[in-house]
Design a protein around this ligand. Structure first.
Ligand code: CU
Length: 481
């Protein structure tokens, strides 16, 4: 009942507003037999969305319908670990993104809104979509905009969705992933509890445990050396009071996802055996499994009956991740002891995370060496351009009409290349005219070093049909305020 209770509370407060995973009341339930995919679409409803670990209620419809999904992207600062904050990029306000539940054959009308306070454009690639990019191109959404596209849920299964805006690794690394379940027409077997658990790896400038607001580390992400590996977006999200709850004798279903961006999870529950696993969230059924692999960008469904009371620990069995980096959660099962099945003293405390930073941290190393020659700058600048500028100005530097001005053949830029330096150092807002078109948007301050700035501006003015030139690190330095 846990999920239903919170569903009604949330529903009352939030209604159909853009408020995270605000659910809406379920449609009428019918009992006739399910029919296969590609059936006639009857009626429409607004999807019930939930934040982890809650899961929307099972679908009782016996026909396909139009399901309206409204998901809002927000860039939010919140807790990653005790004393450690992080600017998460989210689908619905939290990591992982809202759980979406539809039925095979449904037509999904997807609305992706990007909150005006966002600094970045975002989009969504749902692995449940049959269509180029999984919806990515159709859902590219600038801050303060909303996109709409539709798709038919042809294949059943448990699918990951994620942001696919460049630099993709950074968007996923900041928490932009979630799960969408496409139920078979006949539904899934009934269980007592369903929960949503999604793993992710995080890369911070400071080592594990270093307090304060930690920025994303591209260096560590490239090396695949995360400081944090967590379930549901933070260390301890499923521990203590926030542990998943069940009663002895109940059957639990976990919808397990892995957003990555890099690691594969060896998902295990200490003290339990999965009676049933749907590996990779597909149709194959496996039984009596100890540990199941959950690929980055993949999922698994596990089911198990809890025959004895106690605290059962969810881990990524790559075990340093569990005890030292955060990939640890709990299921507390209430009830009288079953000495015939398990006799022994039970103690929650032995499972407490050891915490503690790794003994040695990789050296962040110097930032890229100062680009001394124009050739160095052109080369380094191309990397910066791809990693930073393409997110908004696009890979071909043509921009997006009305939203992001072109850097290609830009008369605004060619009139004075220092305009690019100033935009990078200080941000740029207010009305400007580029090649005869007006833009009135906001480019955020980018926090690039003097070297990176000299390099990227030199690169841009020597490419994409611009007039050429050279900017040295010294020249750029002089413009910092
Ligand atoms: Cu994004």
């Amino acid at each position: 009942m846990r999920q239903l209770t919170s569903f009604f509370i949330l529903g009352g407060v939030a209604g159909l507003l853009w408020m995270g995973c605000a659910p809406s009341p379920p449609g009428p339930h019918q009992q006739t037999l399910a029919s296969p995919q590609n059936q006639e679409i009857q009626g429409e409803e607004v999807a019930v969305l939930t934040h982890a670990p809650e899961v929307p209620p099972p679908i009782k419809r016996n026909h396909a319908t139009k399901v309206i999904v409204k998901l809002e992207v927000r860039e939010e600062v919140s807790r990653l670990a005790d004393g450690v904050d992080y600017t998460f990029w989210t689908f619905g306000g939290k990591v992982p993104g809202c759980f979406i539940r539809v039925r095979q054959g449904d037509l999904i009308e997807f609305h992706l809104a990007n909150h005006p306070s966002s600094k970045m454009p975002h989009n969504i690639d749902l692995h449940a979509v049959t269509g180029a990019g999984g919806g990515a191109a159709s859902s590219f959404t600038a801050p303060g905009h909303e996109s709409k596209f539709s798709f038919r849920a042809l294949n059943r299964g448990l699918y990951v969705y994620h942001c696919a805006t460049a630099p993709v690794g950074m968007h996923i690394g900041n928490g932009m992933y979630g799960l969408i379940l496409v139920e078979p027409p006949e539904g899934l077997p009934k269980v007592d509890r369903e929960f949503y658990v999604m793993q992710g790896d995080f890369y911070t400038k400071g080592p594990n445990g270093q307090p304060g607001l930690q920025p994303f580390s591209m260096v560590k992400a490239l090396e695949e050396k995360p400081d944090y590996v967590v379930f549901n977006g933070s260390v301890g999200s499923l521990v203590g009071d926030k542990a998943l709850q069940a009663k002895k004798g109940e059957t639990i279903r976990l919808f397990v996802g892995n957003g990555g961006p890099n690691l594969v999870s060896s998902f295990h529950v200490i003290g339990e055996i999965f009676d049933t696993v749907y590996p990779e969230g597909g149709d194959v059924v496996n039984h009596n499994v100890q540990t199941t692999l959950v690929p980055a960008g993949g999922s698994a469904i596990t089911e198990f009956k809890v025959e004895v009371p106690g605290t059962f620990i969810l881990v990524d069995h790559s075990i340093f991740r569990a005890f030292n980096k955060g990939a640890l959660g709990m299921i507390k099962v209430a009830g009288d002891e079953e000495k015939g099945i398990y006799s022994g003293k039970q103690d929650d405390t032995i499972y407490r995370p050891e915490g503690g930073a790794p003994q040695e941290m990789p050296d962040e190393g110097a930032v890229a060496p100062a680009a001394r020659t124009k050739a160095d700058r052109l080369k380094q600048g191309e990397d910066v351009f791809k990693q930073v500028c393409t997110a908004c100005h696009q890979a071909n530097a043509e921009g997006v009409p009305n939203v992001f001005p072109p850097l290609a053949k830009s008369d605004y830029l060619n009139a004075d290349p220092n305009r690019a330096v100033d935009a990078i150092f200080n941000g740029l807002q207010g009305e400007i005219t580029v090649n005869g078109n007006k833009y009135n948007q906001v480019m955020p301050k980018l926090g690039l070093s003097d070297e990176q700035t000299a390099a990227v501006v030199t690169y841009v003015i020597n490419n994409y049909g611009n007039k050429g030139g050279d900017l040295t690190v010294e020249q750029v330095k002089g413009r910092r305020k």
